[in-house]
Design a protein. Sequence first.
Length: 277
Amino acid sequence: MKHILLPTDFSDNAWSALVYAVKLYKYEVCTFYILHANPLTPSSLSNLSDVYLKNTIQQCKRQLKEVKNQIESSDANANHNFKTVLKLIDLHVAVKAHIAENPIDLIIMGTKGASINKQLFFGSNTTRLVNTIKVCPTLIVPDQYDYKPIKQIVFSTDLNRFYTNQEIKTINDFTYDNNATLRVINIQVNDNLAPLQQYNLSILKKGLQGFKTHYHSVPNYNKKAEIINTFINDLDIDLLIMVNYKHSIMERFLNEPVIKKIGFNPSVPFLVIPDNQ
């Protein structure tokens, strides 16, 4: 059984991510935790009346129940069980607390909430979450993305880092479970791979087994984000995977000012694997 955490702010984007999740795991037994975080600071609590606080909590619970009822009605899958979670703290703190109490295999969420700057691919909650959570991957679903089966996956790597067995297992599981083809893309900064990159590539090739895998070396002819976006569009990619480790391309992409500057805006779901070294 899989345990999937679905943060929601009740926006259309959050609903799209929820629908994507149940379709992605249509044939698997899953418990989905629909989590809403409504941060109430000590200072705000002291200024709120008991009646207002009670009404706020009741409203959040009512909205969570509505989402649960709606997805159960539209999903109607005997393999799926839905639970609601309400926490009156910041989202990233709420997610960490929930994971500490429950085994979670994957977080699936939208790129941003209802009020975020439309020029940014990631909202601040999404950015903070993927930079905070280190125990499980996060799958980020683009705004208004319609589900389609995952058949082509791209894993972008600079090959400058050794990948752990757990990180390779996550890539293997997503590729194998979806009967997909995996494409490993390396954007070449130099003409030839350094000895460390050659070694890390050999480890990847040993670890990525059981499905079709293609290795692509792409010249560094443009901004890395644009190269990845072009690769996704040209090869009809259904899922982008990266590992979020220090000094990686991924780390730069998750810096909001940089995101806006470099135009990182993938058109497909994006799996962020945390750095667990």
